[in-house]
Design a binder for this molecule. Structure first.
Ligand code: SF4
Ligand code: FE
Length: 504
């Protein structure tokens, strides 16, 4: 089998037996647990759309390893066109689910490790890349969903991994054996992990020589012995247990679904290890993975913006105010911000480059600008959605009241809008806006793929302020205008930067 359908993905999860806890109880079946169903359905969409002929071009790709048609979520980008198709896929899925569909983290981990394991092998003559390619082929053939696990709990942030009181607050190798390594520690806030097949771990920060036990990357099946997943709460999460009308987005949920993953002396065979001790490559893997993941947000979150803009316009219409100039201006403002982020997603993809491994990387400056814009603009367009919808999104009575034999009629009468719009539909749309504009999606837009500070550091590093100072000096007349020399210099700088980026 190369490409699973949504149903086959769900069935494949039944064959796994991960140790998952939620609300203090052990979850017997991830697929059937009511709180998890929306997350599973959202991820299933990444499988389902790959079978629609109209979306084949962006949802599928040709494997560079086997020449077979595969789901793009298991593909190593082979061109800038691939990078562009990836963000188009993200926007499409955001539009179809209205939430986080989770599978991108694993895709970015595959691409990040592909690039970095090649570079490690070049330096050390190790076999990480070869092992990784065998794993990748297995992922492609079985169309697996992988959870990319990067964030460590981190303990005292002022201390490096090896300086911590508790050595386990960063994931580490506790034992090296002839056939594999033993891992202890945890990864936190890991999106989609309960409903993934594999967990791919990566280091979370730059590491020094004393941190070499922490410079580790590997993959294990989610139900490997010694792994425990503890599911995190989300704003209004139990609403989905209370009724379809109260849930907001009953089929696909609020946001990705994150878990704390504990590794209690987990054995990983060497074939599944992609970095072990090469501390100087930890930062490369972090930045490559983060660059890919940041480039996604102008796709997925803009897909969500499309949904919330549509919901706001619908609500305005049902209130009879769709022609009011303030409503039209507000909707235009929302579109403008969303398309700005989308432009960044396209730009960082078109400006991508080939790495020595052959895989393509996005332009890191533009991807970090993109994600920084997302941390601001998402709040802004959701604020404007709240503005159009009004305070009712936080005062609306419950489904049980609406369906109550005695008082339901009052809600129907007083929540009514313009003729032609049912009160039931209006409640659904208000709840959708509440879900998207007030819920956990906001901090996710802020912190997912790294905090704004992480982006500012990367932007500062990539910005080449010195060069800009030279340009200003010429214009101010402080320095001689050597236009043609400058152009040559700029070309050289660019070639140098590209060499540095592609780590040639
Ligand atoms: Fe994918 Fe976006 Fe969710 Fe990240 S936040 S996993 S990029 S849908
Ligand atoms: Fe995310």
């Amino acid at each position: 089998m190369t490409m699973k359908t949504g149903k086959q993905y769900i069935e494949s999860l039944r064959k796994l037996n991960p140790k998952v806890y939620c609300f203090g109880e052990k979850v017997e079946s991830v697929v059937d647990y009511p709180l998890f169903k929306p997350h599973v359905h959202a991820a299933a969409m990444t499988y389902e759309l790959a079978h629609k002929p109209e979306f084949q071009e962006i949802m599928t790709a040709t494997s560079h390893l086997t020449g077979k048609r595969i789901n793009r979520f298991t593909h190593i980008h082979q061109s800038t066109e691939d990078l562009v198709k990836k963000v188009r896929m993200m926007r499409l899925l955001g539009q179809r689910t209205g939430t986080c569909f989770q599978r991108c983290v694993g895709l970015d981990a595959l691409n990040g490790i592909y690039v970095t394991s090649y570079d490690i092998d070049q330096k050390y003559g190790s076999k990480y890349h070869e092992h990784f390619k065998a794993f990748l082929q297995y992922v492609q053939q079985n169309d697996l969903m992988s959870a990319g696990a990067m964030s460590d709990p981190k303990g005292d942030r002022s201390l490096r991994p090896h300086e911590q009181d508790d050595p386990d607050v960063y994931l580490r190798v506790v034992e090296r054996q002839s056939d594999g390594i033993v891992i202890r520690g945890a990864k936190a806030h890991i999106t989609g992990s309960i409903n993934s097949h594999e967990i791919i771990a990566m280091p979370t920060r730059a590491m020094g020589p004393e941190d070499r036990d922490y410079a580790v990357s590997f993959s294990v099946p989610v139900d490997t012995e010694g792994i425990t997943l503890i599911f995190g709460r989300q704003t209004n999460d139990t609403r989905r247990l209370e009724g379809e009308l109260d849930a907001g987005n009953p089929k696909y949920g609020i946001v990705g679904g994150e878990a704390l993953i504990v590794f209690d002396d987990v054995f990983v065979p060497w074939e599944q290890v992609f970095m072990c001790g090469e501390h100087e490559f930890a930062l490369e893997l972090v930045e490559t993975f983060a660059g890919y993941h940041r480039s996604n947000y102008g796709g997925c979150k803009v897909g969500l913006a499309d949904v919330v803009i549509g919901a706001s316009a619908w609500i305005a219409e049902s209130n009879g105010i769709e022609r009011a100039s303030n409503i039209r201006n507000t909707l235009t403002e929302m579109v403008s911000m969303a398309e700005t982020c989308w432009s960044c997603a396209l730009a960082c993809s078109y400006e991508g480059y080939q790495t020595p491994s052959g895989g393509y990387m996005i332009n890191p400056l533009l991807a970090n600008v993109e994600k920084l814009n997302i941390t601001r603009f998402t709040y802004e367009w959701m604020r404007l959605a709240q503005d159009i919808a009004g305070g009712i999104i936080i005062t609306l009575p419950s489904q049980r009241d609406f369906e109550h034999p005695e008082i339901g009629k009052y809600i129907d009468k007083y929540i009514k809008g313009k003729k032609g719009f049912s009160t039931r539909d209006r409640i659904k749309m208000y709840r959708l806006i509440e879900n998207m504009a007030v819920g956990a999606g906001l901090p996710e837009a802020m912190q997912g793929a790294g905090s704004p500070t992480a982006m500012r550091i990367m932007i500062g590093r990539e910005a080449n302020i010195e060069r800009k100072k030279e340009l200003a000096k010429v214009i101010a007349g402080i320095r001689e205008d050597r236009y043609f020399q400058d152009i040559t210099q700029m070309k050289e700088d660019k070639a140098k930067a590209k060499g540095k980026n592609s780590r040639k």
